[in-house]
Design a protein around this ligand. Sequence first.
Ligand SMILES: [Fe+2]
Ligand SMILES: [Fe+2]
Length: 266
Amino acid sequence: MEAFLNKGIKEIIDQYPDVEKILDEYGIGCGPCSVGICELKDIVNIHNLPEDQEQALMQKIAGIIYPGQDINIPPGKKKTPAATGEITYSPPMKQLVDEHVLIKRWLALIPAVVNKLDLESDEGRQLILDGIDMIRSYADRYHHAKEEDILFKYFDEDSEILQVMYEDHTTGRGHVKAMLAALDRKDKATLAEHLLAYRDLLAEHIKKEDDILYPWMDRNLSTTQVGELFAKFSEVDEMMGFSPDKYIKFIEKLEKQFYVQEEKND
Ligand SMILES: [Fe+2]
Ligand SMILES: [Fe+2]
């Protein structure tokens, strides 16, 4: 079993497709991951399952890889108790999670915006430009910069988990470029396609960060490092003179515009 702990998960899933179903049962969605080079042992560590669940998961995987054999599962590392319910974040990590909330409100609006896509009127085009501005300025330049320039530097940037995060950020930037080009050409279908692809990508990305990456980082940061992070994030806020007000207003306006019916029902 030791040998498999050091193997890449994609390789294991390719060889034993049922392993993906087992991981899914424990809320570990490796199948759709775009990179998937994490080793099985890292996945088990990063997801921080309670001891009994981790043992049960490994037994099930061993049952698929070595059917009918009695396999000795190495005991998991001593760990802090896994969160059962709400996750508690350190203050700097909580800031990032809060920033995700505004980004998720925009992601939730994208299907409605796509449904009513209008590239003929100035107003319709402006809505898309404003949405793209929110992605570039708030989600990318402000939020992703905190992650890439500060937070990720505390960890091994060549590690698989961070490679996945970087790749998601890069893919998102590619969608934004494609959105702008499509907007220029008034190509509704391509614009819609990239808006929706961005939405799917980022929704999944944020979930990975909120549920897996940030809690894992919090478990590995010292109190001093958490304090440093908090100070560095505050510096960014000050230096950029950044206020999310403009984007909050943009989102609130769109929510009123697109969720009128729901508000009436409240
Ligand atoms: Fe990110
Ligand atoms: Fe993020």
